[in-house]
Write a protein that binds this ligand. Structure first.
Ligand code: SF4
Length: 229
């Protein structure tokens, strides 16, 4: 497996010279309620992550419950300063009960290593906790049904910075219909937390030319965490 330096160099080699970070204005990012806003109600769930995971494992609030092997709650440091959010469990995640395993998960591990981090130092979770059939994207109603779990989990972790992986997670959390190219490259905010959106590792496996952009996003996040420590 390539180490962090290999990963970093490959980013830069494949993209040539990285341009400076652009500061894009996203039109319509407040066009519809975000996951967090939709879930902002009292009693969203217990603050303790273990109790919350146990409650989630019994959830049948949406049709995704019928097709799951198990719920995929999240993994990592329950007090992590950096939280990664993807969209939904895939086949391997459903089988193993852990988010971001398989090829995309290994790439995420290399991305973390390039930031000087590993899985145990961050927290990783998805917007929905059960696998959609045939690995399709979760539907809006499913995201909404799961939003109270997501919100309670976010609040229990209380991260300093959040990185949204992929368009589905970014649009859900930011309440946006914008494409990833318009959402990434600038800071957003959700419930008082600084949020950055970037491409999903699974997309990077198909579109390696985007790795330089992801590297830029991760560098900005790493610098922000360093500055706030
Ligand atoms: Fe419950 Fe969320 Fe699973 Fe739907 S996806 S059954 S809301 S835990």
């Amino acid at each position: 497996m390539p180490d962090a330096d290999d990963f970093r160099s490959r980013y830069l080699r494949e993209a040539g010279v990285c341009p400076p970070l652009s500061r894009m204005v996203v039109a319509g990012t407040e066009a519809r309620p975000s996951v967090g806003e939709a879930a902002a109600h009292d009693g969203a769930g217990p603050a303790d992550l273990e109790a919350l995971a146990a409650a989630v494992s019994r959830c049948t609030d949406c049709p995704l419950a019928t097709g799951r092997t198990q719920t995929v709650f999240g993994v990592g440091d329950p007090h992590a300063r950096l939280l990664f959010v993807g969209e939904a469990p895939g086949r391997d995640e459903d089988r193993l009960g852990e988010p971001f395993v398989g090829r995309a998960g290994k790439l995420l591990d290399r991305m973390l290593a390039a930031m000087g981090l590993d899985r145990s130092e961050v927290y990783i979770m998805n917007v929905v906790k059960c696998r959609p059939p045939d690995n399709r994207n979760p539907e809006a109603a499913e995201i909404e049904a799961c939003a109270h779990w997501f919100d309670a989990q976010w609040r229990a972790i209380s991260p300093r910075v959040v990185c949204l992986l992929g368009k589905v997670a970014a649009q859900a959390v930011l309440g946006s219909d914008a494409p990833m190219a318009a959402m990434r490259g600038r800071w957003h905010e959700s419930r008082g937390v600084k949020v950055r959106a970037t491409y999903h590792p699974a997309y990077l496996l198909r579109s390696p030319q985007q790795k330089a952009h992801v590297w830029q996003d991760l560098q900005v996040i790493a610098e922000t965490l360093r500055a706030s420590s």
